[in-house]
Design a protein around this ligand. Sequence first.
Ligand code: PGA
Length: 245
Amino acid sequence: MRKTLLVANWKMNKSYADLEPYVSALVEQGIPKHIDLALAPPFPFLDKLRQSLKSSSIHLAAQNAHWESKGAYTGEVSFGILKELGVEFVILGHSERRQYFGESDAIVAKKVKACVDNKLTAIACVGESLEERKAERTFSVIEKQIHAVMEPLNSSENLVIAYEPIWAIGTGVTASANQAQEVHAFIRTLLAKHFASSESIRILYGGSMNASNSKELLQQADIDGGLVGGASLDAQSFLGIINNS
Ligand code: PGA
């Protein structure tokens, strides 16, 4: 049985002053026991957020990291540093990283491997563009991305996959539950070819998930949670998703 995982991806949003009220709103409501919840703030807020989350069951997540453990990499952050800050999950290979910061499948694979080696849970993101979907290349694109991530790994431990169709991210256009389930099921067959214990790997959906569409998405057999951007910025709208899960 895979426990539902909801991750708030704040991207480059929110401010220091927002942290306390946001966390209080979540904690006051109480996080249902059947859900794992993680917040991924911008790097500079991690430590403050860790303190705020101390007496709660909410996990800390980061949005990126470098694959090397240390060295002359100005502007970068290692998995070791994130671990010191109490981070447990790291979002890797998000399409915005791929698109704006030139992260190739090879780079994403190195990051996921380093993450897992550091015993942090990697949330490895994959997803096709609108052009690729229209050209009926969705499955081949996903297969290539998943293969790159899995290739260097010996076990499925500490691995979460996030399927995020690029055309659904921040656009208000969500993949239908059927469209998403179809790709999630395909990802699961790919994982099963590589890992004996692939059934335990959680596959999250991301792309304009909100309180109105989350229930149907999360009811699908192979959708094990959500990576939520826009709808996670406001505590009440994120709570809407949590309470629908
Ligand atoms: P969105 O972002 O929910 O705003 O579409 C999701 C993501 O990019 O992780």
